[in-house]
Design a protein around this ligand. Structure first.
Ligand code: GDP
Length: 296
């Protein structure tokens, strides 16, 4: 997904790499190119600004300018700052809680919540050996409840029935009781999404969060929406206590702007990435690997 960005960044960094000494002008010129590359990758403007500022301060500081190999140190600085933006290390689901660990899925309609609920159930069953129950608290679209049932059958997770005549909080509480009674390790609660952020939706999911006290509240976001992903991320993270992000549709995202924006905007790690429509197309997100690949 970062092909273009990788290309451009490694070219600007390559120019620096070739220099025996670095002047302030060299640094500024390289940073101008880095800035353009990030903007073309559709990284959110505030993220670009703070990234460039941080790199600049360090690059023009003692650490780089007085080192014996300023070019190499500058490259290292860019890499470290990229890791800061993307996240330091891979973070999975937090299992330091009394089971069932409740995972609440939040995000706009079409972001990939229901698909990711199925993928995550499969992942946790197969990779972490967990017993997983899923439930849909989407009381607006009967089709959404059926879609989750289909997905659950596909991955062999237990589907807890819900209905559009119930309210999401009751659905959440009933499913939680059932998950406790059945000694499930994990309960994933899929929620309704709207086409745009609205107050009623936020209130509803907030009260669901307050009643079922999830260990994880994952914000699911379509990577292909680029900068818009950053705006949606801001709205959700202002309204809800998020614990992490799942970036979906990475397979269709050529630019990488969302990946580089959401962690800084929400302050929460990207935990997983969706890389296709199939149930096995979910992977842990490895920020350090991406940072190295971006610099080539
Ligand atoms: P929801 O409204 O948030 O529950 O979204 P859905 O789970 O229904 O997903 C919307 C569409 O996105 C479906 O067609 C999914 O197959 C597709 N989708 C979800 N995740 C991915 C992904 O990682 N890659 C691709 N290519 N498609 C995805």
């Amino acid at each position: 997904m970062f092909d273009n960005l990788t290309d451009k960044l490694s070219k600007s960094i390559q120019k620096i790499r070739g220099q025996a000494n670095l002047s302030e002008d060299n640094v500024k010129e390289a940073l101008r190119e880095v800035r353009v590359a990030l903007l073309e990758a559709d990284v959110a403007l505030p993220v670009v600004k703070s990234f460039i500022e941080d790199v600049k301060t360090r690059a023009l500081g003692k650490e780089v300018m007085t080192s014996l190999k300023p070019a190499q140190v500058m490259v290292k600085v860019v890499q470290e700052e990229l890791i800061k933006v993307l996240g330091e290390s891979t973070e999975g689901i937090n299992f330091n809680a009394q089971p069932p660990v409740v995972i609440l899925m939040a995000g706009l309609q079409g972001a990939g919540k229901t698909t990711t609920t199925g993928k995550l159930a499969k992942y946790l069953q197969e990779r972490e050996n967990k017993k997983v129950m899923v439930v849909s608290a989407d009381v607006y679209r009967p089709a959404a409840i059926e879609q989750l049932q289909t997905v659950a059958e596909q991955v062999g997770a237990t589907w807890f029935p819900s209905s559009v005549v119930d309210d999401p909080v009751t659905i959440g509480m009933t499913a939680l009781q059932a998950a406790k009674k059945g000694y499930f390790d994990v309960l994933i609660v899929d929620t309704a999404g709207r086409l745009a952020v609205d107050d009623a939706m936020m209130k509803e999911i907030k009260s669901l969060q307050n009643t079922i006290s999830p260990t994880e509240t994952l914000f699911v976001v379509d990577a292909m929406t680029g900068q818009d992903a950053a705006n949606t991320a801001k709205a959700f993270s202002d309204a809800l206590d998020l614990t992490g992000v799942v970036l979906t549709k990475i397979d269709g995202d050529a630019r990488g702007g969302a990946a580089l924006s959401v962690k800084t905007i929400t302050g929460k790690p990207i935990k997983f990435q969706g890389v296709g429509e199939k149930m096995e197309a979910l992977e842990p997100f490895h920020p350090d690997r991406i940072a190295s690949s971006i610099l080539g």
